[in-house]
Ligand binder design. Structure first.
Ligand code: ADP
Ligand code: ASP
Ligand code: MG
Length: 401
């Protein structure tokens, strides 16, 4: 007899029929003699709808109240799913994040799980209950509800699997696995049987929303047996693991991230300490800087450009304008119409030429590259937002035949 953690995303529980479908997946597993803990997201577009409601009332609402609101979406889906399982005749109980023992730090809207107090979960499992847990939420040390960031239910599920030492964690979603690119955008995208934690972490961080990046980080840390599979079709999914079997694929995937903005500071003095001045000011205000580009100086001046998340672009510019007294020539420009396209694959560590092949794809599609950044297993380029979808297809088709 084992312990299985299953997670169901918003589309998988979007209406009554889908909820019964999920109830059957869970009870089938229970019928095999396994204990099942299921983590559930809010139904369909509920979270987006709640955000829109808040915007109508107060676009500057505090993050605490936003968390109070957004966490309610999952309360609806766990209770409805539990009712469906009751109706099928099985013992079941639904639990909110705090009832399931989720303790987080106090960063509202992007909280990190500090620990799970597992007593209640083990207690319910001991009673042979199927346990349905609200994803995406926990309680901080002030006894306030926190949420884990968009897409965070994946992380709730992996965290439970790690804390309970479950046999596996299955992420059920609306596609049947991890593909070489978003299968809704790239018709030639191929399903992967396996992908390594490191590759999946890069893809998730670089915009492939199929898994929350922190769920992958956690699965790697606690070596959770992780699979992404479909809630609509009973077919094998994609295994995410430490070492994937050797295959010839150089590139595992292409991702697009549109949540970025570029800030360019032009004609700053070409003297020591400028980069420190700029980036320390941003770090103090917890602005996340990603790609950084600094040009060679001319006539005692140089340009520095970098990217930040779109939501932090205006704030970053304000901070820099307020705190740095550059001369009149210096300009700070914000461009929110950019996107980052990345290729990811552990194979590129040992195979040169990936970057040039990627740039060739951009050239053939007449797409201008504004910035480039690389690591051992990924290459990213920053381009104009309007070219983003075209770029993904071009790069994907260059590497994956
Ligand atoms: P859920 O609500 O189940 O959490 P998400 O919408 O968060 O589902 O994630 C699934 C979606 O991720 C898919 O519908 C797909 O469009 C998108 N996606 C983006 N990149 C990929 C990829 N490389 N492989 C599979 N799906 C991807
Ligand atoms: N409901 C939350 C969201 O839409 C969490 C999740 O779906 O994982 O972001
Ligand atoms: Mg998701």
């Amino acid at each position: 007899m084992g312990l299985i953690v299953q997670k169901f995303g918003g589309t998988s529980v979007a209406n009554a029929e889908r909820i019964f479908n999920v109830a059957r997946i869970i009870t089938d597993e229970y019928n095999k003699g396994n204990n099942v803990v299921a983590v559930v997201s809010a139904q369909g577009d509920t979270t987006d709808d709640l955000i829109a409601k808040a915007q109508e009332i107060n676009p500057d609402a505090s993050k605490r109240e936003m968390d109070m609101l957004l966490s309610s979406g999952e309360q609806i889906s766990i209770s409805l799913l539990a009712m469906a399982i009751e109706k099928l005749g099985y013992p079941v109980i639904s639990l909110l994040g705090w009832q399931a023992g989720f303790v987080t730090d106090s960063t509202h809207s992007n909280a990190r799980i500090k620990r799970i107090d597992t007593d209640r979960l083990f207690n319910e499992i001991g009673k042979k209950n199927i346990v349905i847990v609200a994803g995406f939420q926990g309680l901080n040390r002030y006894d306030d509800i926190s949420t884990l960031g968009r897409g965070g239910s994946d992380t709730s599920a992996v965290a439970i699997a790690a804390a309970l030492k479950a046999d596996c964690c299955q992420i059920f979603t609306d596609v049947d696995g991890v593909y070489t690119a978003d299968p809704r955008k790239v018709p030639n995208a191929k399903k992967l049987d396996e992908i390594t934690f490191d590759e999946m972490l890069e893809l998730a961080t670089l915009g492939a929303q199929v898994l929350h990046n922190r769920s992958v980080e956690m699965a790697k840390k606690y070596n959770v047996d992780l699979e992404v599979r479909s809630s609509l079709e009973n077919v094998p999914g994609t295994k995410v693991k430490e070492v994937a079997k050797l295959e010839k694929m150089l590139i595992k995937g292409v991702a697009k991230d549109t949540d970025c903005a570029r800030i360019a500071i032009t004609k700053v003095p070409d003297t020591p300490g400028i980069a420190f001045k700029i980036f320390s000011k941003l770090a103090q205000k917890k602005i996340n800087v990603d790609i950084i580009l600094q040009s060679i100086g001319h006539d005692g001046k140089k340009d520095i450009a970098f990217t930040v998340p779109k939501s932090q672009g205006k704030l970053a510019v304000e901070i820099l304008k307020d705190s740095l007294n550059f001369n009149d020539e210096t300009e700070i420009k914000l461009d929110e119409n950019v996107a980052k396209i990345s290729v990811v694959g552990a194979g590129m560590e040992t195979h040169p030429g990936v970057a040039s092949k990627m740039f060739e794809a951009m050239f053939e599609s007449n797409i201008n590259i504004q910035m480039i950044s690389t690591s051992e297993i990924k290459i990213s380029v920053l381009i104009d937002l309007k070219d983003a979808d075209r770029a993904v297809v071009a790069v994907h088709d260059k590497f994956i035949k």
